[in-house]
Design a protein around this ligand. Structure first.
Ligand SMILES: [Zn+2]
Length: 92
């Protein structure tokens, strides 16, 4: 069940609070690891700090990993592979 996450006025506020361990929403947007809605997804503080310090492409990689973890946890019976399309994978 989604509780009632805090609301933040800016993405920076959202990010800073998330790093401090208080995940919430910026508008309708979840924090990067979705721990605002699923507390068990909260990443370790080192990971949250690293995300905040990362540049745009670094953040994208974290987001992919967070999303993959969230989906894998939601659907443990499915194999999930997320790609940004830049590196096609031959898997057979
Ligand atoms: Zn959320």
């Amino acid at each position: 069940m989604a509780s009632n996450p805090q609301q933040f006025d800016t993405y920076d506020d959202q990010l800073t609070a998330w790093v401090a361990g208080e995940p919430g929403h910026f508008g309708a947007q979840c924090c990067p690891d979705f721990s605002c809605c699923k507390p068990e997804f909260l990443q370790p503080v080192e990971v949250r700090r690293a995300f905040q310090l990362a540049d745009e492409s670094g953040r994208k990689k974290y987001l992919m990993a967070f999303l993959g973890a969230a989906i894998a946890q939601a659907r443990p019976d499915k194999r999930v592979h997320i790609t940004d399309g830049s590196e096609p994978e031959q898997s057979s």
